[in-house]
Write a new protein. Structure first.
Length: 132
């Protein structure tokens, strides 16, 4: 008998912590407190580190949050700077990974937990706007 079952239990507990996040679908990130909700709150801060202020400057104008196929996605931009100064976040709720992107003058910076590059589709589409 292997200890695989124990591993799955731990994974389930981790993923279960995202249970409240599908309810953000159709809401606005800042008003609904998305970034104040754990586990996103502490993990987001660790992930973007010193770029946190830059991210939120670019999250002033946003459409409603989308949750589709167990992926939460939202994007935003600095007022008047759409296309050059933007930010996006995707959370793969099943795989338990947060992805964020920030553009400064059109230059893309990416952050992902565990160094994961299997970006969700909507996040990839957002990134492609900045392919020069």
């Amino acid at each position: 008998d292997t200890m695989i079952a124990g591993g799955y239990t731990i994974q389930t507990d981790l993923v279960a912590s995202w249970n409240a996040f599908p309810a953000f679908n159709g809401k606005y990130a800042i008003e609904s407190g998305l970034f104040e909700t754990e586990p996103l709150k502490s993990r987001f801060t660790v992930l973007v580190n010193k770029s946190k202020r830059t991210f939120f400057e670019r999250f002033k104008v946003t459409p409603p949050i989308e949750v589709e196929n167990k992926v939460l996605f939202n994007e935003g931009y600095l007022p008047g700077k759409s296309g050059t100064d933007e930010a996006a976040i995707a959370i793969d709720l099943d795989r338990d990974i947060i992805y964020t992107g920030i553009t400064v003058n059109g230059n893309l910076m990416l952050f992902s937990e565990k160094g994961d590059t299997d970006y969700p589709e909507k996040f990839l589409q957002w990134m492609q706007k900045f392919d020069h």
